[in-house]
Design a protein around this ligand. Structure first.
Ligand code: ASP
Length: 591
């Protein structure tokens, strides 16, 4: 914990809940408290920070930061001073903090401004890689990420990032605006604040696009309006969240974390991909020229539910020749809404020519997915084709999920509701929300998957903490109930949730020496937070002093650096030597 920055008289600090860090500070003669989270803002350019030069808009370095820091609803200078924010976040330079949110949180945000700032029409796949690398480099330091970007190619970037980010466990929110933030009427302020609030306050492990009060899955959106503030649509998936007077997250739509290990960013993209739109009378020469080498993959924009002229043998022959040469051609519809099926002869003709089905992917998602998949050198052509038809990041609609029990189907809640004489949906939901987190924690303690499943089916978010800020995953990790840890992770439980003491499930599993739980959490990309790592050296030295080899081994398993020094600057191996623990010295020297 960063206790050192606090002057004893005015400020003290501890950690808490999902919000990561509790900060107390003196304000108007009394002491106030709030919870801090941190977000990295990657500012790539776009209208949001543009200024008029000779009658045309272009991005201006530093202008956005300088403007935002003067807006009281985007930066609380008094809080920054009271809590010595700038000293705490040194050496970062561009640091701002939002006023306290409705959830009693403070989102601290740090600007990483690109140079040059770009109009998004000038963005290329190399820029996607730069953004991905910056997220990867800073992944462990922040609770979430906001990418400020122009709207023109925002859907492409959001889609590409979604495929590039493997095992993403934190929110990455892409946003921008239709009007510069400096103008009297601008959507930039709302979009920016909304994106920060989501990135800083919610465990949504996805690349999302936030615009005009709606949070969308990043690979489901497309720009549909060049003038309206409602510039984006997600035609085949409802929003992940609605930001109205309250923030309402649609947890059923949010994708859970995948169980494949640490977060990484795939940095390779195949550039030989393209979009080919079918239109009445398209010539064979056009198709032939488009499909010729070095083209590796093409999104074929077809009519309706995946149709192209079946009476054009010349055209189908060219397509067939290309697929035979190993060009991957994916059938996506020109229609905004709906999916590609092979229900017409005209669609079947394409299938026979080797074209694969793109279901309900947007063209932006399909193209960036193709660039991502085709760059995978270790996959065969067949494997790449298979990957294109697989739902990788929620970009296409999988089979309809089994019908879920609605809240009113739940006998348990019904009985309680009857006892308390409540009947309306809102009251039922209130009871559910009050009771379920505690019941879910109890089920996790008892190792009861069935009860957890029933609770989940009632629409309860299994990430909701109990009165102590502990989630079912904290409890299961402490108990060493591996099946429950596995179940919860599979259902999207966040490995980054923090309890009232600032502890993550990983730290709980380490302290209670549940080795298997540590391994499983590792698989889902868990890591100790910045605050948790603060005291680690001292703990390692304590274990070294008492010759506790097993204890040290479990910290190592969790990925902790065994050379971390304690409060007095001594390393664990120095302590072990001083105490004459040979076995421990040998282990630490080899670590
Ligand atoms: N041309 C601008 C861009 O994409 C449009 C915008 O940001 O809205 O960067």
């Amino acid at each position: 914990m960063d206790l050192h920055f606090l002057s004893q008289k005015s400020v003290c600090q501890s950690t808490i809940g999902m919000g990561r860090r509790r900060v107390s500070y003196a304000c108007s003669g009394s002491t106030e408290q709030s919870t801090e989270t941190s977000v990295l803002v990657i500012y790539t350019g776009g209208t949001i920070g543009m200024v008029l030069h000779d009658g045309v808009l272009s991005p201006e370095p530093n202008a956005l930061f300088e403007n935002v820091r003067k807006l009281p609803f985007m930066h609380d200078e008094q809080y920054a001073q009271n809590t010595k924010l700038y000293e705490r976040y040194k050496p970062e330079k561009k640091i701002l903090v939002l006023p306290k949110s409705k959830l009693d949180m403070r989102v601290v945000y740090i600007f990483l401004e690109y140079s040059p700032l770009l109009d998004s029409s000038n963005i290329t796949p190399d820029d996607w890689v730069t953004i991905g690398k910056d997220i990867e480099r800073n992944y462990e330091k922040y609770d979430g990420f906001v990418v400020l970007h122009g709207t023109d190619t925002m859907a492409y970037t959001a889609s590409a990032l979604s495929f590039m980010c493997e095992n993403l466990g934190k929110p990455v929110i892409v946003t921008g605006s239709q009007l510069p933030i400096f103008e009297m009427r601008s959507d930039g302020r709302d979009n920016f604040v909304g994106a920060l609030l989501i990135a800083g306050q919610f465990h949504i492990p996805e690349v999302c696009l936030y615009f005009h009060d709606k949070l969308y899955r990043g690979n489901r959106v497309t720009k549909v309006d060049s003038g309206s503030f409602k510039a984006f649509a997600s035609p085949n998936l409802p929003p992940l969240a609605d930001l109205e007077s309250d923030i309402k997250i649609n947890w059923d739509t949010v994708r859970p974390l995948s169980p494949n290990g640490k977060f990484t960013v795939c940095k390779e993209m195949n550039h030989n991909v393209g979009l080919l739109r079918i239109f009445p009378g398209i010539t064979t020469d056009t198709v032939k020229a488009f499909l010729k080498a070095p083209m590796d993959g093409v999104i074929l924009e077809t009519y309706g539910c995946g149709n192209a002229p079946s009476n054009r043998k010349d055209l189908l022959d060219e397509i067939h020749k290309a697929t035979q040469r190993g060009v991957i051609i994916v059938n996506c519809s020109q229609c905004l809404r709906g999916t590609v099926t092979i229900s017409y002869a005209t669609g079947q003709a394409l299938s026979q020519a080797g074209v694969i089905v793109g279901f309900d992917m947007t063209q932006e998602a399909a193209l960036s997915k193709l660039a991502h998949v085709l760059a995978k050198r270790d996959l065969s052509l067949e494997e790449k084709k298979k990957m294109m038809t697989k739902n990788l990041r929620g970009e296409m609609t999988a089979e309809p999920e089994g019908a879920k029990l609605s809240i009113s189907d739940s006998r348990f809640i019904q009985i309680i509701a009857k006892t308390l004489s409540v009947g309306c949906k809102e009251e039922l939901e209130g009871i559910r929300d009050a009771l379920m987190p505690t019941l879910a924690c109890a089920a996790a303690k008892n190792g009861d998957t069935e009860v957890l499943e029933a609770i989940r089916n009632m629409g309860t978010d299994l990430n909701k903490p109990d009165y102590d800020g502990r989630t079912p995953l904290h409890i299961a990790a402490c108990q060493g109930h591996l099946n429950i840890v596995d179940y919860l992770l599979d259902k999207g439980a966040s490995v980054f949730a923090k309890d009232r003491f600032g502890d993550t499930p990983l730290r709980n599993a380490i302290l209670l020496r549940c080795k298997d739980a540590v391994e499983m959490l590792n698989k889902y990309g868990a890591h100790l937070s910045r605050d948790e790592l603060q005291d680690t050296g001292t703990e390692l030295c304590r274990l070294a002093a008492s010759g506790d080899l097993e204890g040290l081994k479990i910290w190592k398993l969790a990925g902790v650096d065994m050379a971390t020094s304690g409060y007095d600057g001594k390393t664990p191996v120095e302590v072990a030597r001083a105490f004459g623990c040979k076995e421990v010295v040998d282990f630490l020297e080899a670590a």
